[in-house]
Design a protein around this ligand. Structure first.
Ligand code: SF4
Length: 297
């Protein structure tokens, strides 16, 4: 890789020669945590946990990001350790040995090249569990095509449809333009989610959407798009866990109400979606955000 154009930011950072991308990533990948995680959707977490690998850095700047201590700093983060492809393969195999149902790569795209290298190495050494690509959805189709045959389960967000909102809340007016194409490519690669006899995900797509305060209309637009663009059996995860960061301005200064979440869930049902994961509103707790302290289980 000379200059990096792996995501829609296309900042062209010369990461092998000391530059850092807009995502914060430099030459090396840094991992803030690699451990079993029990707060993903039931087919992902199962009973033994998802083997979550939290990378530092992110190509978006969501004002409400719960992982901001690692997403804003992809470089020499004090919360993280450096990993090359062999080290990442070691981690994948370790998580499998611990019983994790899968290897769940969280915010992986700034480290796409490392991941492309690490997965075959881990497979060659005996990794058999599915690879989950857990992304904000702001992806280039060309980059996703490189992952064909390597990723088993895509777990993308579809955060917004409206450019004004995606610009205001996440700094990217063109979010939907890219995320909608990305979802179509993911669907082409892995299709509707399939599970084993115990309900654990084997292959397929789950689209996540975080319901935001005062934004149920945007949730409706997101669901309308999924209904129009993807099969009706598509698995959707409607998340209620929005948690305001201290000091946030209205309307992001509060959790969503029960009425807002109920309207979102009802709309999904009215559209005919049959595979919808819903959350208890009490889910808006810190348990979803584990300690980012360089833990390797
Ligand atoms: S992945 Fe990072 S370095 Fe590469 S284009 Fe995107 S923001 Fe720039």
């Amino acid at each position: 890789m000379a200059r990096c154009f792996d995501c829609p930011v296309m900042c062209g950072a010369d990461r092998q020669n000391g530059e850092y991308g807009v995502c914060g990533a430099g030459e090396s990948a840094f991992i803030a945590r690699a451990a079993r995680h029990y707060y993903e959707e039931p087919p992902i977490s199962g009973t033994r946990g998802s083997g979550a690998v939290f990378f530092t850095g992110c190509n978006m700047r969501c004002v409400f990001c719960q992982n901001r201590e690692i997403s804003r700093d992809g470089g020499e983060s004090p919360f993280a350790f450096r990993a090359d492809a062999d080290k990442l393969a070691d981690i994948m195999l370790r998580l499998q040995d611990l019983g994790a149902h899968n290897v769940n790569l969280v915010t992986p795209t700034p480290h796409l090249r490392l991941i492309l290298d690490a997965i075959p190495k881990a497979r060659a050494r005996g990794l058999t569990v599915p690879i989950v690509y857990n992304t904000n959805g702001y992806e280039l189709t060309d980059s996703l095509r490189l992952l064909r045959g390597l990723v088993d389960i895509y777990l993308p967000d579809l955060k917004y449809v409206t450019p004004r909102l995606s610009l205001e809340y996440s700094g990217r007016a063109d979010y939907f333009e890219y995320a909608s194409e990305a979802l179509a490519e993911m669907q082409r690669q892995v299709g509707v989610l399939t599970t084993d006899c115990e309900g654990i995900a084997e292959r397929g797509l789950i689209v996540r959407h975080l319901v935001l305060p005062c934004a149920v209309d945007e949730t409706r637009r997101v669901l309308d798009h999924i209904r129009a663009a993807l099969p009706p059996e598509t698995y959707i995860s409607l998340m209620s866990q929005y948690t305001p960061i201290p000091g946030m301005k209205r309307p992001l200064d509060r959790r969503i109400t029960k009425a807002e979440y109920d309207r979102a869930v009802t709309y999904a049902a009215d559209l005919g979606f049959v595979n919808v994961f819903i959350q208890k509103r009490s889910s808006a707790e810190s348990a979803f955000t584990p300690a980012f302290d360089g833990t390797v289980e």
